[in-house]
Every structure is written in structure tokens, then in C-alpha cells.
Design a protein around this ligand. Structure first.
Ligand code: GLA
Length: 477
């Protein structure tokens, strides 16, 4: 049964009613069904999913909702409840995704295209959709992946196909790469595998999730630093992905492994039978701290520049000339260890749990800032402010370079924490002060992506939105 608080349930149903009205205005008919996909906050485990390591996120209540109907038109008519976003109409057989211009509709089309291709649909149905989102864009809370997941889910539903949550998550993770970022799959996985009331350890290859019960006595607070970061619009993210890929190959070659087939730092560890702590030592022994030039990498691996550019670099990292391998690899193995320790502390639920988790979060932020260099001055300032305001742990969440921090705050100091963060970070700056209401909020683990029947929404008073049918891998939605 859904554990949504009555207030959230009412808000969601109000949004569904408004969405229905908009849909009727726009398309002159009622929606056939609705789809829901949540954003997420990552508690720990940053920039390690694409290296094959487990991460520890939870879904948040902010989400993407879509109202949908189908017809034989062979077109997709897409509108957004927010008038700032343009409507589009495209043919179902000709979905073009413009990487150079990563606008909202392309994320939607990524999800549609991924599921169409997976299902091998010869004649996908035409769809009319109105989308309404409450995940703040470019804030590190996965608004783009929630949109991809929502589109993937509704495409399967519209074509009357049932896919498991795991298949949907993997398909949406793959298809979001059509936009150009080589993401790792955390965001899509938690969007489909989340469950109310619990964070999840998400592991890859094969994709699976395990409940992580967070200790009582503390809450997680999200705070947006008010610097926007659209990871598809810059090459920061993909540069980190290729730095990790090159570090994988240089480490593997130094240990006599078949380096050419290894792509992820997480693949080197089992080949060497080493612990994560030993992997950190190996990084220190093998890699040097100065950035590597292209020439040095080619020399280390015995490859040509052409081979480096074609087989290892991605299209938007062709211009990069310096690669920090030591720092990136050291972050990845260290952060992978912190995720496992975070879970172990939660499982043990000892008296010191909150302090121990706080320390892991602080170390994670320091590693993101100093080794992975995915923070920014505003994120660092906000993390410091949160720690000085009573948080036991605070760290950037998501890709970084802007967006949000997540802090762990003892329940009994929550009010003074919020007050002090408002006074120190938001109120002194007019732009931040204007954004404060949607930028600082307490969050709880929310439920997963699911579809909602159209009939239910027409009921009044507000109907319950169906919760996730099952939590674990391999269960149909
Ligand atoms: C983005 C990506 C994820 C993950 C995080 C960083 O959210 O979509 O796959 O890599 O950044 O942890």
C-alpha cells in the first residue's frame, strides 16, 4: 500500500486533475493513462556507477507525470504543462535526437526510442502526451533521467507491452546515452527500483537493488546551490568517464592484464583479486599525480593517437589533451569503499551510526572536490554552511559542478538547521533568496516509476495513485 502522506497524496491528485484538464484542452479527448517517474537523491557513491561500482540513492517525491493517449496517427505530439517549454510533433518512425542542443524533448525521445528499439516495434502507436515535472532542472536530482524513464514506461504501456522494472531501467539507461552523456545507470535504476521508506544499494552487472534502512533520529535535507548544470551541455562529465577508462587500461596493462578489453575501473579489481583498499595502493604505485598527455598515454598503451581518439575518447572529448588518471582512479576506489561502509553502518544500526554516516558523507564530498574535481565554489560553500548549521554530514549529490547538496541532520536540530542555512546561504543573495522555497527541503525515500489508469483519475474526491507493485528486480509493473 502506498505510504504517501495524505498531504502528498492530495497534491499529486490535484496535479493529476490539472494535467487531465490541460490534456483535454490540448487534444480534445481524455487521457488513456498516466505515467509517473521520480527524481532521486544520491546519498553516497558519486561518479562510480559508470565504473561498475554500487551506489546508494533514494527516490524523492519530486517527479515527472505524463498524461497519455494513443491513436493511429504515427506521430508523437508532446506538450509540457510548463509554458516555458515548446510543444513538438514528430513521426514515430523518425526520432531525431540533437546532441548539440540537449533540450527537454530530446530526453523524452530518448526514452521512446530506447523502448521502441528494444521491442522492435514495426509500427509503434501514435501518442499524445502532456508532461508535468516538479524535479528542478539541472540541479543534480535527475530531472532528465526521470523524463527518460517516464517516456520509456509510457511507450511500453501505450504499445501494450509489459516489461520488467530491470529491463526498463537498463533500457532507459542505455537510451539516455543518445543525448551524448555516457551515464552509468544509477538514475534510471533508482527511478524504477525505488520503494517508499527505504534507500537502495544499487549494484550493476547484473542490475539489482537491496534495501538500506536509514537510521532513525536523522533526516536528509536537500539544498540547491542555485548554480545550474546541464551535464549534456558540457563535456565535464564525459571527460571524467574517459579519464576513468584510460586509467583502467593503464592500470590493467601495468599488471599484465588483457587491458584492451577492460573498460571500467571496476573490472580491474576482480581480475587482480584485490580489495578496494589494495586498489587504492595500486593506484598510488602505478599512476603519477601529474596529468597524462595524449602522447604519454599512447606510449604507455603502445597505441597510435588515432586509436586513442577513435576507440577510447568519446565524440565530445576529442579536444582534451591532459588526463588526471591518478586522482580519478583514487576517488573511484575510495568512494566505492565508502558506499559499502555506509551500507554496513546502516545494517548494524549501532549507537554511533549517525556520526559514522556523517563522516563518510564528509569524506565523500572532500574526494569529489579534491580528487574528482566535480564540485564548484558554491557547492563547497553550501556544504560548509550546512556543516556549520548542525548537519553531521553534507556532500554534493549527482554529477556536481552545480546543483544540490544532501545533508544528514539530527531531527532535534532540524528547525535551527533550516533557519541557519536560510540566513547564511539564501537570504544574503537576492537571486538565491528568490529561489529559496524550492531549493531547501527535507526529503524521505519515495516510491518508483509506475503507470496509473485513466479511469482512476476521473474519480473525485482524489483517488489513490497506485504505488509500485513490487520492489525488487524482475517484477512486472
Ligand atoms: C549523473 C549520471 C549518473 C551518475 C551521477 C554521478 O547523475 O546520470 O549515472 O554517474 O551523475 O554519480
Amino acid at each position: 500500500m502506498s505510504e504517501y502522506t495524505p498531504k502528498l497524496q492530495v497534491q499529486l491528485n490535484e496535479r493529476l486533475m490539472k494535467l487531465k484538464e490541460r490534456f483535454v484542452q490540448k487534444f480534445g479527448k481524455t487521457p488513456l493513462f498516466y505515467a509517473y517517474a521520480p527524481g532521486r537523491v544520491n546519498l553516497i557513491g558519486e561518479h562510480i556507477d559508470y565504473c561498475g561500482y554500487a551506489v546508494l540513492p533514494m527516490a524523492i517525491e519530486q517527479n515527472i507525470l505524463a498524461a497519455v493517449s494513443v491513436d493511429e496517427s504515427q506521430t508523437i505530439q508532446l506538450a509540457n504543462a510548463n509554458p516555458q517549454y515548446n510543444d513538438i510533433t514528430v513521426s514515430t518512425g523518425d526520432l531525431k535526437i540533437d546532441r548539440a542542443n540537449p533540450q527537454w524533448q530530446y530526453y523524452f525521445l530518448c526514452g521512446v526510442k530506447g523502448v521502441q528499439e528494444l521491442l522492435g516495434l514495426a509500427a509503434p502507436v501514435g501518442m499524445q502526451c502532456v508532461v508535468d515535472g516538479t524535479v528542478p532542472p539541472s540541479s543534480g536530482l535527475s530531472s532528465s533521467s526521470a523524463l527518460v524513464c517516464c517516456a520509456g514506461l509510457l511507450t511500453a504501456e501505450a504499445n501494450r507491452k509489459t516489461l520488467t522494472k530491470v529491463v526498463l531501467a537498463e533500457t532507459c539507461a542505455r537510451s539516455e546515452r543518445y543525448i551524448g552523456t555516457e551515464g552509468g545507470g544509477m538514475d534510471q535504476s533508482i527511478s524504477f527500483l525505488a520503494e517508499e521508506g527505504t534507500a537502495k544499494l544499487i549494484e550493476f552487472n547484473p542490475l539489482r537493488s537491496t534495501d538500506v534502512k536509514l537510521p532513525g533520529g536523522a533526516v536528509f535535507v536537500i539544498a540547491n546551490c542555485c548554480v545550474e548544470m546541464n551535464k549534456a551541455a558540457t563535456s565535464h562529465y564525459n571527460i571524467r568517464v574517459v579519464e576513468c577508462r584510460i586509467a583502467t587500461k593503464v592500470l590493467a596493462k601495468s599488471r599484465g592484464l588483457d587491458w584492451s578489453r577492460l573498460m571500467k575501473l571496476g573490472e580491474v579489481q576482480p581480475e587482480l583479486g584485490a580489495s578496494l583498499e589494495e586498489m587504492v595502493q595500486i593506484v598510488e604505485e602505478v599512476l603519477h599525480q601529474e596529468p597524462y598527455s595524449r602522447e604519454e598515454i599512447c606510449q604507455c598503451l603502445g597505441i597510435t593517437l588515432e586509436c586513442l581518439c577513435n576507440d577510447i575518447l568519446s565524440p565530445n572529448t576529442q579536444h582534451v589533451t591532459q588526463f588526471k588518471l591518478y586522482q580519478r582512479a583514487k576517488h573511484v576506489y575510495g568512494e566505492a569503499g565508502r558506499v559499502l561502509r555506509f551500507k554496513a553502518v546502516c545494517d548494524r544500526a549501532g549507537a554511533q551510526a549517525i556520526q559514522e554516516l556523517g563522516e563518510l558523507m564528509r569524506d565523500s564530498h572532500a574526494s569529489c572536490r579534491d580528487l574528482y574535481e566535480c564540485s564548484c565554489p558554491e557547492l563547497d560553500q553550501l556544504v560548509d554552511t550546512c556543516l556549520q548549521s548542525g548537519a553531521v554530514g553534507s556532500r554534493l549529490t549527482g554529477a556536481g559542478w552545480g546543483g544540490c547538496v544532501v545533508s544528514m541532520v539530527p531531527v532535534d536540530t532540524l528547525d535551527s538547521f533550516l533557519q541557519r542555512v536560510r540566513e547564511s546561504y539564501y537570504q544574503p543573495d537576492a537571486r538565491r533568496a528568490a529561489l529559496e522555497k524550492q531549493s531547501l527541503f527535507v526529503t524521505k525515500p519515495g516510491g518508483s516509476s509506475h503507470s496509473v489508469s485513466g479511469v482512476a483519475v476521473s474519480q473525485h474526491p482524489p483517488c489513490p495513485v497506485k504505488g509500485p507493485h513490487a520492489s525488487s528486480a524482475g517484477v512486472s509493473i
